[in-house]
Write a protein that binds this ligand. Structure first.
Ligand code: SAM
Length: 225
């Protein structure tokens, strides 16, 4: 682990390890990485390193949470934040609920729905949204913007291809009333490069959003490749 232990309480590390054990032993193929140490690097370090020395609070949503990454890791690390973990596949949300219970996390709620549908019910009520490996930046921003308050933030976890991908975010920023607020490069302990890209929501999301389920990927705001 490359992050400093001063930033995190020792009890958090036991929970990260337990979460990875739960993910790897799940029958539902929640991680393409099967080896424990490698999963600690790819899932835990990747989630935590960009927040080293920061704090997180308020209502947070992890969109497309899969096996609970990054939401469960951030819920462990920042107990004062309140989390909704949103995932469209029910067998995954049942697993996330079980993990949150086994980890004694009282700041986590789990919801089975597509982001486009959940946004109609929840509206612009979250302080921050987090997405990792859910889609290209413009698609992720379109799923997140209708759920975030004006003045709130969208955090995208991005891999080494970010500098080529970022061209697709311009149109989404303009249409959705977002501003690129911070772009931070970091490295995992294996040397691989990652980016945390943060957008501030400056204006209310136009009423044509959310578009129907699936349209954000079929007709992306940044255009087709
Ligand atoms: C590649 S997985 C990434 C999971 C996790 N965020 C991670 O980094 O390990 C993408 C997940 O997003 C979910 N997903 C994709 N589009 C979604 C949508 N519109 N609403 C909710 N979940 C969605 C998928 O079901 C899938 O579990």
């Amino acid at each position: 682990m490359v992050f400093s232990s001063e930033f995190l309480e020792p009890s958090f590390f036991a929970k990260y390890e337990k979460l990875i054990e739960l993910m790897l032993s799940s029958p539902h193929n929640l991680s393409s990485i099967k080896e424990f140490e490698r999963a600690m690097t790819v899932h835990i370090e990747d989630t935590i390193i960009p927040f080293e020395g920061s704090s997180l609070s308020g209502r947070c949503i992890d969109i497309g949470s899969g096996g609970g990454i990054p939401g469960l890791v951030l819920a462990i690390s920042f107990p004062k934040s309140n989390w909704t973990l949103l995932e469209s596949i029910a067998k995954k949300t049942r697993e996330i609920e079980r993990f949150a219970r086994d980890l004694d996390l009282t700041n986590v709620a789990v919801k089975t729905a597509r982001a486009e549908e959940f946004a109609k019910e929840a509206g612009e009520t979250f302080d921050s949204a987090f997405l990792r490996a859910v889609g290209r930046c413009d698609i992720s921003l379109e799923l997140a913007a209708p759920l975030v308050k004006v003045g709130g933030y969208i955090y995208l976890y991005k891999g080494p291809g970010w500098l080529d991908e970022k061209v697709f975010s311009d149109a989404a920023e303009r249409v959705l009333g977002l501003r690129l607020s911070c772009e931070k490069e970091y490295r995992l302990s294996d040397g691989s490069k990652r980016f945390m890209v943060v957008y501030e929501k400056e204006r209310a999301t136009p009423s044509e959003f959310p578009r129907r389920s699936g349209v954000a990927s079929k007709l992306p705001l940044g255009g087709r490749k």
